[in-house]
Design a protein around this ligand. Sequence first.
Ligand code: GDP
Ligand code: GDP
Length: 440
Amino acid sequence: MKPVIALVGRPNVGKSTLFNRLTQTRDAIVADFAGLTRDRHYGNGRQGRHEFIVIDTGGFEPDAGSGIFKEMAKQTRQAVAEADVVIFVVDAREGVSAQDHDIANELRRLGKPCLLVANKAEGMRDTARLAEFYELGFGEVHGISAAHGQGIRSLVELALEPLALPEPEDEVDEEEGPSKPIKLAVAGRPNVGKSTLINTWLGEERLVAFDLPGTTRDAISVPFERNGQRFELIDTAGLRRKGKVFEAIEKFSVVKTLQAIESANVVLLLIDATQGVTDQDAHIAGYVLESGRAVVIAINKWDAVDSYQREQVQRQIETRLAFLKFASLHFISAIKRQGLGPLWQAIAQAHKSATRKMSTPVLTRLLQEAVQFQAPKKAGMFRPKMRYAHQGGMNPPVIVIHGNSLEHVTEAYKRFLEGRFRKEFDLVGTPLRIEFKTQH
Ligand code: GDP
Ligand code: GDP
């Protein structure tokens, strides 16, 4: 599971700027999908070898009634509760304020590890200015500049160091072959039928479930086997084991959903046909896309909708979830046990696509054939020249194309290439990332 960092501080100290700085590597991917409203407060961060989830709490607004920060905003408290470490942001230029003290007291009460960070410290020689923040009682203050990107890397190192997380296992995993379980997360907003589906699955006799409480934090994972394929069900937002069955006993948590999605190989995205595709569904779908995980979409409660509603839901999927076009779509009833069989095939297929190995000679040949069929357009004086391609990663598959002037390749051409690669390698249910490396 990725560690979670919460940014806390009064308004205007630069939390959003820092958030953007920490999440920028992934933002570009999401920006491609206009029209998708996303919750800007949760993001995936990456700095060097560290990956983490970052929450921007948006800041404390003064309590209008009493005029003081007596109550930490509910949202902020929840973020702190969900976080492994808090970055407490103050303004290096303005110095310590009464609000900073209020926040400091509240954070102390909540008892999470905190790192005190003074933002807007670019060009500040006068470290005495920073020294005054010691009075907040969080030890050393770290000067950074979110706007100028100064001190960010060491900030992340400092924040994550105490958590002493093991190295990511992904790389080691790759060679292990087909006996490895497929990690599966069932994601969806409350009441779409996640627990019902999982209990139906685990109740089937052909499916051998065995208890093995997870050890990472409070996550639960259930290994089971189906048609000779091993699976591992990852605890998703709010799903908890109660005796023999799963129950949604917690309120929906974005962080838990994100973590489950991140640690899965395949995400089964569940949508409630009786409600249609809601904003929250679109948000979750956006996270799934951003994570790069393979995905299968299942529209649940198909038993409870009439033909008019069915048509409506289908249209909504086409418009609101257009960015998941690569995923296979299933109409199911968890309660009536309808349409569940094909889900397993789809999950296995998505996983196979996501972990497909593509050799450099084959990729290069396909690339050359594609260019012969249709060459990239000239941009001014430049004509992009594609030389060869190699695979840069799995789950999601990444194809790295090497050549010259590749920064001039259009989005449309990129999509054209993606289509060719998808077809050749029979990639269904996984995003495919294409990256360009230009030699100068
Ligand atoms: P938030 O309310 O805490 O999320 O703060 P914002 O990120 O919206 O930033 C508030 C203001 O501070 C904006 O005008 C930013 O441009 C500015 N700001 C943010 N980071 C820095 C920094 O590192 N240096 C300077 N000088 N200004 C910054
Ligand atoms: P969760 O919050 O996503 O785990 O959702 P639950 O599994 O608790 O289901 C929420 C409600 O939807 C319950 O009342 C279920 O009985 C109902 N439900 C789940 N699956 C189906 C289905 O396939 N058809 C119908 N009609 N209702 C369902």
